[in-house]
Design a binder for this molecule. Structure first.
Ligand code: AMP
Ligand code: GLY
Length: 423
């Protein structure tokens, strides 16, 4: 089989690594890919939003399966474009990817189908939003409706902050049209867990749990990022939590989408908060998490291509999803200054030490080839993942492995997985 993967980050490298293990696969392409992905796939210079070119490439090269890793092309309808041409593609159609593409939509869906989430109101007008904030309880949370690189969420401690937030999102349009509508919701407290799942329209199969670290600095200080590190499984995702979510959240979401005529096929990522009143949905994503994929996929025992095909064909009920009984930790190596401003183009040294190192992975996020050398090319540069028999061992292994890599302005958090000690 020939497989095309769409995207260029650590998540796509983790997907490509899993796809490369499938005995069914002869050749992998990735558009646009990066230097690490280029070691196991042929990178094609087509952007993830260039739908016509992607479709033309898939036709010309007789691609048997395309896997879309990123949110933007999914929300923009890339799957529909492939399907129109009779091409096999893994991911939700546009009318289902709205589960991630519009927070107002997903909140309304949860309300209509009684799926536990924070109480909220949606607003299209800044005046009405501000009137609502006059009588609200604080802290409160403001969310841009559309995609905003994970940065469109403002936690406001006071009325003044919230009023400024409305100006930022709706009037200054900090996130463009993503802020035409905003969600204002109740502030919740509790531990966060990421749960990824495969969905075939009817059946949902839950993967092992994970936890991300979204803030740039140790102790959850600093700005929100795409994610600075992950661990899997989450010790806080207990059997009790699992049972609750299976009863009230997972299948309920899949059935709600089907009932709305928006059959969902692909990955649903449940961002959960474990509150005192029980688990609640913080957000949905319509794709693998980044860097959640970097700890979840290395632990998956199934042939991922078989699972993707079962989702497309509606036969996921026949798949017995299995994960290794161990743990994995991913520490992101970033460029110092991320997520604001940072220099790039520095040579990365030590990558070859990961070759043939069982249980260790270095997933490339922002890298490129330059004059035969691999150099930094983004804010998040690499994700160093290590497995261990348990979380503590995996964490020690991952941090030890970060020492093998060196580049100028290398930055990482030193407390990924600290929560493990509190479990
Ligand atoms: P989201 O993109 O919706 O997952 O939000 C990004 C982050 O903001 C989450 O991972 C939480 O840490 C935080 N957050 C979002 N919604 C709430 C909420 N209602 N209460 C408390 N924190 C929240
Ligand atoms: N790591 C969070 C996300 O992928 O949205």
């Amino acid at each position: 089989m020939k497989v095309l993967i769409v995207g260029s980050g650590g998540r796509e490298h983790a997907i490509a690594t899993a796809v490369a293990k499938s005995p069914k696969v002869d050749k992998i392409y990735c558009a646009p890919g990066n230097a690490g992905i280029g070691q196991i796939a042929e990178c094609v210079n087509i952007g993830a939003m260039e739908f016509d070119k992607l479709v033309a490439f898939a036709k010309e090269n007789e691609i048997d399966l395309t896997v879309v890793g990123m949110d933007d092309p999914l929300v923009g309808g890339v799957v529909d474009e492939f399907e129109k041409e009779g091409l096999r593609v893994f991911g939700p159609r546009k009318n289902a990817a709205i589960l991630e593409g519009s927070k107002a939509f997903s909140k309304d869906l949860m309300k209509k189908y009684n799926i536990p989430t924070a109480t909220y109101e949606n607003f299209n007008s800044p005046e009405e939003a501000k009137a609502y904030l006059e009588t609200s309880k604080y802290p409160i949370v403001l969310k841009a409706d559309g995609l905003a690189l994970g940065k469109g969420v403002l936690i406001c401690n006071t009325k003044e902050e919230a009023m400024d937030g409305v100006n930022e999102l709706m009037l200054d349009k900090k996130f463009g049209d993503a802020g035409n509508t905003i969600v204002i919701e109740e502030f919740m407290t509790g531990r966060e867990v990421s749960v990824l799942s495969y969905v075939d329209g009817k059946t949902i199969k839950i993967m092992t749990s994970a936890q991300d670290h979204k803030r740039a600095k140790d102790g959850d200080q600093g700005l929100n990022t795409g994610g600075m590190g992950t661990f899997s499984p989450s010790p806080f995702y207990t059997d009790e939590v699992d049972e609750f979510c299976k009863k009230y959240i997972y299948q309920a979401t899949v059935d709600a989408m089907a009932a709305e005529g928006r059959e969902f096929k692909g990955i649903i990522f449940f961002g959960l908060m474990l509150t005192e009143e029980g688990p609640k949905v913080l957000e949905y994503n319509a794709r693998f998490g980044d860097p959640e994929a970097q700890v979840v996929l290395p632990r998956m025992q199934n042939d991922i291509v078989e699972v993707f095909e079962a989702c497309i064909d509606g036969t996921l009920d026949q798949i017995d999803l299995q994960f290794e009984d161990n743990a994995a930790v991913c520490v992101v190596l970033a460029s110092d200054g991320y997520p604001v401003s940072y220099e790039k183009g520095f040579e990365i040294k030590g990558l070859e030490q990961f070759e043939q190192k069982e249980g260790y992975y270095v997933f490339h996020a922002g890298t490129k080839l330059s004059d035969g050398k691999i150099v930094t090319n983004g804010g998040r540069v690499l994700g160093v993942t290590a497995k261990g028999k348990d979380l503590k061992e995996a964490r020690a292994n991952a941090y030890e492995a970060t020492k093998l890599i060196d580049f100028e302005n290398k930055y990482m958090r030193n407390d990924i997985g600290k929560a493990i000690d509190e479990a």
